[in-house]
Design a protein around this ligand. Structure first.
Ligand SMILES: Cc1cc2nc3c(=O)[nH]c(=O)nc-3n(C[C@H](O)[C@H](O)[C@H](O)COP(=O)(O)OP(=O)(O)OC[C@H]3O[C@@H](n4cnc5c(N)ncnc54)[C@H](O)[C@@H]3O)c2cc1C
Length: 411
């Protein structure tokens, strides 16, 4: 299972940041980092694009469907069943038709929402299947370094060389610093787990007005917290479905949480739920009354120590971070502008796969050009003015779209 000989010299060279070029124990054309839904989709789309499975490495510490499988199984989805099914059928190489009908998700009505566990089940099946088609490596990337034509990727077991790396490394909930015990979102969003961390006398401060924050407020009240104090910066925003497009698709409340906020929130007494603007005055006044806090203020991308690229910047239309380095998923989402000009970042399984459908063929084409002896491609060529039509795609992407830092993502 992807174990390889430790390369001590390589490890030292990478760890030190300078010195000799590390000798890689393994080499791939493509290395996908992360086996959450986005990494899964990236592997699937590479295979669908004709990349040989033997030239793809896939690295993750667990291969259990990323954070969805590890943290959010007990959370109710904001996506309807038909979109989850569209994801599962979104790659030929997933081979989902072989298993279709065998999962609880298959029996749901198209418009139903569900516990995320229902989608983790088929995603785990696909993960197991894809592992047999590529080279899975059960480990963690600790450092990336650009060396000549490739990336040297350090892991605790040794160094891997990859011409192209796709980062699908996910994101962590953001936190503020207050001296009040924190209930993690992992507990706050799960109606069963939250019962185990709440005592009847608890007054809980919830920061944020996102989908997560409102879900936490509801769960805490249902779990019997004495009082919830919700500190918000922005008013509640609801996703609005116009049939062929959704306003605030990524940032608005959806599903059961939206129903609850519309129908029940206004009826809850201030003794049970107090909602106040998160200004300094209110925080100084009300936070000392809280025995615990929850932060539902968005997500921030995970990172990996890197030399030769700045992982905080990427092209949010193409996923290009640097030459031969790409990003996708919740860590590197696509930037979209809706019909009335709202700018959002596309987060969600179905959106990840639609995005990869567009960009992976461009990534693979760029990579195969860079390997052609007569057309070395690479950064030097891309810097030249007067590009030939052959190099147009990649250059167009990297030049015309501004590189952007990660936005604060909501869920
Ligand atoms: C509470 C919540 C509810 C959501 N509900 C929905 C929903 O209903 N519908 C929907 O479509 N989307 C939903 N989403 C959004 C999105 O689909 C999930 O966030 C999804 O898990 C993101 O997938 P990902 O693959 O980008 O990241 P992750 O699932 O976080 O996977 C990243 C993987 O990368 C691995 N990794 C990280 N760093 C390294 C490293 N250095 N080396 C090796 N591996 C590494 C991690 O171990 C992990 O396995 C929800 C998100 C949240 C937080």
């Amino acid at each position: 299972m992807g174990q390889f000989e430790a390369d001590a010299a390589g490890r030292r060279a990478l760890a030190g940041g300078v010195g000799s070029v590390p000798r890689a124990a393994r080499s791939y054309d493509w290395l996908v980092v992360g086996a959450g839904p986005a990494g899964l989709a990236a592997v699937g789309k590479l295979l669908d694009s004709g990349v040989a499975g033997s030239s793809i490495g896939w690295i993750d510490p667990l291969f259990t469907v990323g954070d969805l499988g590890l943290k959010w199984k007990g959370v109710s989805s904001n996506t309807k069943a038909h979109l989850f099914r569209a994801f599962l059928k979104g790659c030929r190489s997933f081979g989902y038709e072989e298993a279709e009908g065998g999962f609880a998700l298959d029996a749901l009505e198209a418009q139903d929402t569900c516990l995320l566990e229902r989608v983790v089940e088929p995603l785990q099946w696909i993960t197991n299947r894809l592992q047999s088609k590529v080279s899975p490596i059960r480990s963690k990337v600790t450092k990336l370094r650009r060396v000549s034509h490739a990336w040297m990727v350090a892991t605790p077991e040794g160094v891997i060389e990859a011409r192209n790396v796709i980062l699908a490394i996910g994101a962590e909930p953001l936190k503020l610093r207050h001296s009040v015990p924190v209930i993690g979102l992992e507990d706050a969003l799960d109606p069963e787990k939250v019962k185990r961390v709440i005592e009847s006398g608890d007054v809980v401060g919830v920061f944020g007005s996102s989908h997560s924050a409102m879900m936490a407020v509801r769960n805490l009240i249902d779990a019997g917290a004495k009082r919830v104090i919700n500190f918000y910066r922005s008013p509640l925003r609801f996703a609005v479905d116009y049939g062929d497009w959704i306003r605030y698709d990524n940032t608005g409340l959806k599903g059961r949480t939206a129903e609850w906020a519309r129908e029940d929130l206004g009826r809850i007494s201030e003794e049970t739920l107090l909602r106040v603007s998160a200004n300094d005055e209110n925080v100084s006044r009300y936070l000392p009354r809280c025995s615990k806090v929850v932060y539902g203020i968005g997500f921030g991308r995970r990172t990996v120590a890197t030399e030769g690229a700045d992982l905080t910047r990427y092209d949010a239309k193409t996923g290009v971070i640097a030459h031969g380095l790409y990003g996708c998923g919740i860590a590197y989402p696509e930037r979209v502008v809706d019909r009335v000009g709202n700018v959002e970042y596309n987060v969600g399984l179905w959106k990840f796969i639609q995005y990869l459908d567009r960009v992976v063929p461009v990534w693979t084409r760029t990579a195969s050009r860079a390997m052609e002896p007569k057309d070395p491609g690479g950064p030097a060529r891309l810097e030249k003015p007067g590009l030939t039509p052959k190099t147009f795609d990649y250059a167009h992407f990297t030049r015309t779209r501004s590189l952007r830092s990660m936005p604060r993502l909501h869920n």
